[in-house]
Design a protein around this ligand. Sequence first.
Ligand code: ATP
Length: 344
Amino acid sequence: MALLEVEDLEVYYDSEDGPVKAVDGVSFQIEAGETVGIVGESGCGKSTLAKALIGILPKNGYINGGKILFKGEDLTDMPEKRRRALRWDEISLIAQSAMNALDPVYTIREQILEAIDAHYPKMGRSEAQDIIDESFDLVGLDRDRQTDYPHQFSGGMRQRAMIAMSLVLEPSLILADEPTTALDVIMQDQILKRINGIQQESDTAMMVITHDVAVVAETCDRVVVMYAGELAEEGPSEFIFGEPYHPYTLGLKSAFPDIRRSEQDLVSIGGHPPDLSNPPSGCRFAERCPLATEVCREESPPAVEHGELRSFCHHTDRIDAELRSVASKARTWQNDASMEATDD
Ligand SMILES: Nc1ncnc2c1ncn2[C@@H]1O[C@H](COP(=O)(O)OP(=O)(O)OP(=O)(O)O)[C@@H](O)[C@H]1O
């Protein structure tokens, strides 16, 4: 049994224009100890997915269908009390706003102690102190700085303190939602590698949500590529970033500079994602896809398997011959550059 099994999940928001289908029939799994990256452009539903998993959807958000099985228990169908307990003890969130999540009037140590007290009220002071020391060591913070206030920490140190705080309860799953946006690239890398190191010792699984493909390529075992609320492609990082079989993944991959190559086009995929309160029928990427044909606009794409990759595309068989070699050319992704194949 996987640690987390998301099955055909639908998460909608009420809006004046009807329901916004932010997550629309998404299925994937996370095994214990595994790091899974969720990538996709802004607005494709990554944060909504994380919020649904942890049970913090805003008022107008709701789960319309599907299941979220955590250790076999369905989080979508569980009394609030049980879900809340699970959320804090087993699933921990390092949020986008991590920088602001620390309380300015308490020392870092006091804040971590409070988290421990809340969950293990019977734990003695010295045991709690050992846990705090250990968590500081794990994230590479100097133990002497425990009695500092958040403002005395740099941005990177605050982020580490947040990670330390989320680790003291030994969660089985850490959700890291854009964990490092406010930091520079080197710092991003260091922190995710640090979490990776910690995972190996503790068998903690992690789901990293980001639009930064490079971060995911470096740190994740598997990647889920989302487009317009749906799954576009899923599989091991090495294949998603090596030989993907979905045009969107190829575009996304080419849109990020490869530091090993000095000469390359700056690729951006023309057009923009569809309105999720009124998504088009068929493949939601068709409008922007250089391989799109009539069938793409009419029928939802099937899941096609290439080894361990699962790709939701009508034309995976054309990727090698027609798209892979030109995917890094900016011209390929301009809207007038359709490759004009026909369905036959
Ligand atoms: N509270 C809300 N009410 C209505 N629609 C919402 C709400 N929050 C998000 N949405 C819509 O849901 C869709 C998915 O948004 P979401 O924030 O999950 O995407 P994302 O991929 O995480 O984007 P980003 O990378 O910018 O955080 C978008 O169309 C967004 O406009």
